[in-house]
Design a protein around this ligand. Structure first.
Ligand code: PMP
Length: 444
């Protein structure tokens, strides 16, 4: 075994012990794709390819790869204070980061740290239940999600999530969960640029669920403002505003899962800013550390933390937390990347590039197999006509074809999803869409 991954022997035996997540392991290990280094917009693969990163890793490397400032900050933190107990003890970086984060979103006055998007989601769901109880609404135990929602892989997240393959073999899930319909409507909204015109009325389905269960039993609704992992499903104009209004009417907490939309993806700090809709909690991860150290967080709106602090003081206020909540190295990485976002105005940069990105996405109209194109900020999707009777979706073939040609894209079912680092240049955008166009033409 060698510590130098560039020299790694990628023969099948060496690849076998790693049970890869969300991966067709048997296929992959016959024809592996290993990334051995990265810089700015590009990866290098073990077989010598230079690959343009069209997906910011997994929607997370917003400031581009191998940023020296982050490495130096993490290195300095590790040699100064490598770890501090997370319970009944503190360290400066966690407080500093909480201050910096809450300054980004003034309506939110506290932050709870986790280690991933999944943990942030489960944390937010648990805070919802505990908060309702703290304000004397302990019968509010139901949690609502949405069809085609992705909220990570914890039992809370898959319960409120709406992806059948992530749920079907894992038993009955959390009790007391219901789902709103998704908002994806190819018949009415195909090829629309930006937000769909049709579908805001789908938020009224929350009224139906309230009528069925009674508001007094419902703690919270969680939605991704833009559903990313199931193929970039955009909220119809007015939908999120309506959802907010109905939640307000019935005392239901609204959680935005901004694991993807947080930290500049839409050309604003968060989707809450982009849409002008303020939820009660925001979950985030990914861009929080530029993906380099696992970290998630939950922002809570003013009043939520206070409800816990105003309860009779007898013991710990919230029985929840992780060994690595506010981990020093993760905090240092986050502080460094937040500084880069600000110094390089990367969120504004994303907003400036968005019209060019939109034109590039929609330049694929008329390309073979393409049945929809979607864009917002620096996020995009290409939906392909489903292929009947063949095991491999066209989108996955496109992924393999683009990889061969040096562009990393992401696929889910029949949809290609794109989300480049926010440092992307126009020439990179051109390369991404030229490559996809050529690859699609060659697919049957
Ligand atoms: N929520 C959303 C909206 C996500 O997109 C993701 C990850 N793609 C998660 C939660 C889960 O994050 P993680 O993989 O860090 O657990």
């Amino acid at each position: 075994m060698t510590a130098n991954t560039v020299d790694f022997d990628a023969s099948p035996n060496n690849l076998e012990p790693f049970w890869m997540p969300f991966t067709a392991n048997r296929q992959f290990k016959k024809a592996p794709r290993l990334l051995v280094s990265a810089k700015d917009m590009h990866y290098q693969s073990h077989d010598g390819r230079t690959i343009l990163d069209g997906t910011a890793g997994l929607w997370c490397v917003n400031a581009g790869h191998a940023r020296k400032e982050i490495a130096e900050a993490v290195g300095a933190q590790l040699t100064k204070l490598d770890y501090a107990p997370a319970f009944q003890m503190g360290h400066p970086a966690a407080f500093q980061l909480s201050n910096t984060l809450t300054q980004m979103l003034p309506e939110f006055d506290h932050v709870f740290f986790a280690n991933s998007g999944s943990e942030a989601v489960d944390t937010a769901l648990k805070i919802s239940l505990a908060y309702q109880r703290a304000i004397g609404q302990g019968a509010r135990t139901r949690l609502l999600g949405r069809e085609r929602g992705y909220h990570g892989v914890g039992f809370g997240g898959i319960s409120v999530g709406g992806i059948v393959s992530n749920r079907k073999v894992f038993g009955p899930m959390l009790a007391g969960v219901d789902h709103l319909p998704h908002t994806h409507d190819l018949k009415r909204n195909a090829f629309v640029r930006g937000l769909p015109e049709h579908g805001a009325e789908l938020a009224d389905q929350l009224e139906r669920i309230v009528a069925l269960h009674d508001a007094s039993t419902i703690a919270a609704v969680i939605v991704e403002p833009v559903a990313g992992s199931t193929g970039v499903l955009l909220p119809p104009k007015g939908y999120l505003q309506k959802l907010r209004a109905i939640c307000d009417k019935y005392g239901i907490l609204l959680i935005f899962d901004e694991v993807i939309t947080g930290f500049g993806r839409l050309g604003a700090s968060f989707a809450t800013e982009y849409f002008g809709v303020v939820p009660d909690m925001i979950t985030c991860a990914k861009g929080l550390t530029n993906g380099v150290i696992p970290m998630g967080a939950v922002f809570v709106r003013k009043g939520i933390y206070d409800a816990f602090m105003n309860a009779p003081e007898n013991t710990i206020e919230l029985f929840h937390g992780y060994t690595y909540s506010g981990n020093p190295a993760a905090c240092a990485a986050s502080l460094a990347v937040l500084d880069i976002y600000k110094r390089e105005s990367l969120f504004e940069r994303a907003a400036e590039l968005a019209p060019y990105w939109e034109d590039a996405v929609h330049s694929l109209k008329g390309t073979k197999h393409v049945i929809d194109l979607r864009n917002l900020g620096l996020i995009g999707a290409i939906e392909l006509e489903p292929r009947e009777g063949k095991p491999t979706a066209r989108a996955f073939e496109a992924f393999l074809g683009c990889y061969e040609k040096g562009v990393l894209i992401r696929t889910t079912g029949d949809i290609i999803a794109l989300s480049p680092p926010l440092i992307v240049q126009k020439t990179h955008i051109d390369q991404i869409f030229d490559t996809i166009g050529k690859v699609l033409k060659a697919i049957n």
